[in-house]
Design a protein around this ligand. Structure first.
Ligand SMILES: Nc1nc2c(ncn2[C@@H]2O[C@H](COP(=O)(O)OP(=O)(O)OP(=O)(O)O)[C@@H](O)[C@H]2O)c(=O)[nH]1
Length: 602
């Protein structure tokens, strides 16, 4: 085996490393406790060692099979003991530590040969050590870019050591902020003065050891600290890494993680409230309650299958459980019947402004958003496609869409726009149908066509929640007389009934009057979300809805089944569907209940 000698120098210290020339051997870093010195020594080859804070270690990165590190000689002539280091190919990082007490026993002024013959100061290599650094992740947890303070978060078994290596002091007491200087572990360069928070696992967000470094939010500071952590052998966190660790350590379930993501993305107060509720575990509690009930039923059915013939379990058990399951179906359907309020609050209520050309739809969108989001012109058919913009209406998120004016046309592009408008009428939550008040009483064909499209898409004008989900807007009131208004109301009520909300607006460029419409729209938007913010259950994602619906289907099959074994399978399937929402369900749960409730084995 060929050997190479690397000579490392830095600020007057010299370290000689003699190591085999291994194909896969890339980097060797060491933390050598040296009370008299904390200088960093960088090798001229790809090996480098340094004087670190509290212990000596030799870390080998990359995929290394066998490393022989022979004489390591420091500047004072000491030869560090011979060692033979073997690692696995799959181990990315191996770490060999020398305890403080043993190192302090080494007389650094003794001759090289004396020390060499003394030999054997290597601590036992532990499997855990190999993975500690690599399995510890770090990331900038606050928004990137310049800021007053930025937070870098570390999570994993090496988090505390990393803090000590950066500060060259003991880690702070858990949950107490401590002001510390951060120093580069190799160069001792001052990186920043930071506030450090230490959370001893499992009492942390991820359930692991976690440290937060509150550094000054300059780009160079952040880059310096991140590079130092990388130099320490820690891994950069993947997106969602911290939450994933929290999930795997049982700190958060899937719905709470979704709530956390929603909270971070919340733009309006309603979205924030909804996210906080979900993050607080409301969905989990509902699901856990339902799963518990199903698990009891399954336990009873399983017991009947296994012991029914021996008359240990009464034969009515199956029928009794069917009653319980029917109650479950009713309860889940109640949750589903609340509609898409949670999803609307999370993703925004879809409001479409529809109507004939030139009625003032784009003008209205601009007045509502208070910016020129859509092109306004006296030429009919200006808007060709759906123009979407986001609006915060009294804390509720709204996706407001301007659409092409509905009319018969031979222009292919405009016809496509009209098709999209009609499609939007059918798919949105609330329709705002804008009509030109000056043309309404003259049986204007375009207005009629737009109103007919509304009726076709939404036969009676009532939405899934049983409320009239279309607001009729009579625009250009600045050009209308009082008699015109009364006639417009009469005409619209004749077509849509007296409960149809009608608003009068004027979108003149020199001052819009849309207050009446704003009130109606706010009310409609609130109504379409409200129970999600205040009510008992919020289904915020389509996947929740689908899982609940699949669960109900399986429960219905259970109820309809005459075969207890098949019915048991359906119940198991129903539990699995519900378990997918929270990401937690296991066979053990069923076994636990089975044995606890029936005392089998007596
Ligand atoms: N006097 C008056 N004019 C208005 C009012 N609202 C809109 N207009 C004018 O009506 C014309 C058409 O307005 P738009 O907002 O482009 O109408 P639209 O419904 O989007 O038209 P299309 O793009 O063809 O569908 C423009 O000249 C506007 O300035 C209003 O309340 N009063």
């Amino acid at each position: 085996m060929s050997k190479c000698m690397s000579r490392a120098t830095a600020q007057g210290s010299v370290l000689y490393c003699i190591a085999p020339q291994q194909r896969t051997f890339n980097t060797l870093t060491g933390y050598i406790r040296q009370p008299s010195s904390s200088q960093h020594i960088r090798s001229t080859s790809n090996i480098h060692c340094k004087y670190g804070h509290n212990r000596q270690a030799v870390r080998i990165r990359n995929q290394v099979q066998t490393i022989h590190v022979h004489n390591v000689v420091d500047s004072s002539g000491c030869i560090w003991p011979h060692r033979h280091i073997s690692t696995h190919t799959r181990q990315r990082t191996a770490m060999y530590t020398y305890t403080q007490s043993r190192m302090s026993g080494i007389n650094t002024h003794r001759s090289a040969s004396t020390l060499h013959s003394a030999g054997g100061h290597v601590d036992k290599y532990t499997q855990t050590d190999q993975h500690r650094q690599a399995s510890t992740v770090f990331a900038l947890s606050s928004a990137p870019g310049k800021s007053g303070v930025s937070i870098i978060r570390l999570s994993g078994p090496f988090a505390g050591d990393a803090v000590e290596a950066l500060t060259r002091r003991k880690r702070p007491a858990p949950r107490y902020a401590a002001l510390r200087k951060l120093l580069h572990p190799e160069t001792a360069e001052v990186l920043d003065s930071a506030l450090i928070l230490w959370f001893q696992g499992p009492n942390s967000f991820t359930g692991e050891d976690v440290a937060e470094l509150h550094v000054h939010g300059g780009r160079a500071v952040i880059a310096g600290v991140l590079a130092a952590l990388s130099d320490l052998g820690l891994s950069s966190a993947e997106p969602g890494d911290f939450s994933k660790r929290a999930f795997h350590n049982g700190k958060l379930d899937a719905t709470e993680i979704e709530g956390l993501a929603d909270l971070i993305n919340a733009d309006t107060s309603a979205q924030k409230k909804l996210a906080l509720r979900q993050m607080g575990g409301e969905m989990r509690r509902v699901c856990d309650g339902l799963i518990e009930r199903m698990t009891h039923s399954l336990a009873a059915v399983e017991a009947y299958i296994d012991f029914g013939e021996d008359d240990l379990i009464e034969s009515e058990v199956f029928e009794q459980e069917k009653i319980h399951v029917n109650d479950l179906i009713r309860d889940i359907n109640t949750h589903l019947s609340i509609g898409k309020r949670g999803e609307r609050t999370r993703d925004g209520v879809r409001v479409a402004i529809v109507g004939p050309p030139n009625a003032g739809k784009s003008s209205l969108l601009n007045a509502l958003t208070r910016r020129a989001a859509s092109i306004v012109s006296p030429i009919p058919g200006t808007t060709r496609d759906v123009v979407e913009t986001l609006l915060d209406l009294d804390g509720f998120p709204v996706v407001l869409a301007d659409t092409a004016g509905i009319r018969e046309t031979t222009d292919q592009i405009e016809a496509e726009g009209v098709r999209r408008s009609i499609q939007r009428i059918g798919s949105c939550d609330i329709r705002v149908c804008v009509l030109d008040g000056t043309e309404l009483n003259s049986n204007h064909t375009h207005s009629q066509l737009a109103l007919e499209s509304l009726e076709k898409q939404h036969t009676d004008g009532y939405g899934e929640d049983g409320r009239f989900s279309t607001i009729l807007v009579v625009n250009k009131t600045d050009l209308m007389s009082t008699d015109d208004r009364s006639a417009a109301v009469a005409a619209l009520q004749k077509q849509f009934g007296t409960t149809a909300p009608i608003s009068f607006t004027s979108c003149r460029t020199d001052g819009a009057d849309i207050s009446q419409l704003l009130d109606s729209l706010c009310e409609a938007v609130k109504e379409s979300c409200e129970s999600a913010v205040t009510g008992s259950l919020m289904i915020t994602q389509n996947r929740h809805r689908e899982a609940l619906m699949q669960c109900v289907s399986a429960l219905e099959r259970f109820s309809g089944s005459g075969d207890v074994a098949i019915a048991g399978e359906e119940l198991r399937l129903a539990i699995r569907h519900l378990g997918r929402i929270t990401g937690r369900v296991s066979v053990e749960e069923v076994l636990d209940v089975l044995f606890a409730d029936f005392c089998i084995g007596k």
